[in-house]
Design a protein around this ligand. Structure first.
Ligand code: PEP
Length: 250
């Protein structure tokens, strides 16, 4: 049985003080949740949020991480620094990191391996652009991102990996993939994982859908066989929206 995971990516929103107020309200709103709930604040907002969520089961994630443990890497934040703050999960390979900051599959893979070695769970984001989809490259792109992102990740480490399928054209645009389209992309990713690892690794893998998830569409998405959770951007910034997404099954 795969445990559903709903994660909120705050991106570059929420100052440290706003984050604390938000985290306390969210913890109250989802205290009866039966799913794994994760929030990913900006780095500077993490300490207050982690403290505010200490009594809650909501986990704190980072939105990115350095590909080194320490040293002369101006502006970077390392896995040990994040762990000391109580971070348990890191989002890697988000399409904004790929598109705006030029992160390659090989670079993302280095960070995936480092995060796993540091006992952090990873949400590895994959997804095609509109041009790639229209050019019939959906499966080629997903296959490349999965194979290269997970290079040298062992079968036992796969229990610490979540894959988030996020079609780039659906992120922050209000356009959501239909549940059937999302489900077939998830089924494809699961079949690739089976080829790379085994049926049991593939069957246990949590695959989140991301791209304009809202209270109004989460139920239909979550009803699909291969959709095991959501990575939520815009709607994760409001307790009125993120609360009902987390409580989609109540
Ligand atoms: C995201 O950034 O991961 C995302 C899915 O954003 P949104 O929900 O706003 O589309």
């Amino acid at each position: 049985m795969r445990k559903v995971c709903i994660a909120g990516n705050w991106k570059m929103n929420m100052t440290p003080s706003e984050g604390v107020v938000f985290a306390k309200a969210l913890a109250e709103a989802v205290k009866d949740a039966s799913v794994r709930v994760v929030v990913a604040p900006p780095f500077v907002t993490i300490p207050g949020v982690a403290e505010a969520l200490q009594e809650s089961s909501i986990e704190v994630a980072a939105q990115n991480m350095a590909d080194h443990l320490s040293g002369a890497y101006t502006g970077e934040v390392s896995a040990p620094m994040l762990k000391e703050l109580g971070v348990s999960v890191v989002i890697l390979g988000h399409s904004e990191r790929r598109a705006l900051y030029g992160e390659s599959d090989a670079f993302i893979n280095r960070k995936v391996k480092l995060a796993l070695a540091e006992d952090l769970d990873v949400i590895l984001c994959v997804g095609e652009t509109l041009e790639e989809r229209e050019a019939g490259q959906l499966e080629t792109v997903l296959k490349r991102q999965v194979i290269e992102g997970l290079k040298d990740v062992s079968a036992s480490e796969m229990s610490h990996i979540i894959i988030a399928y996020e079609p780039v054209w659906a992120i922050g645009t209000g356009k959501t993939a239909t549940p059937d389209d999302a489900n077939s992309a998830h089924a494809f990713i699961r079949s690739e994982i089976e080829k790379l690892y085994s049926k049991s690794v593939a069957e246990s893998l949590i695959i989140q859908y991301g791209g304009s998830v809202k209270p109004s569409n989460v139920k239909d998405l979550m009803a699909m066989k291969h959709i095991d959770g959501a990575l939520v951007g815009g709607a994760a910034l409001s307790v009125e929206q993120f609360g009902p997404i987390v409580r989609y099954n109540k």
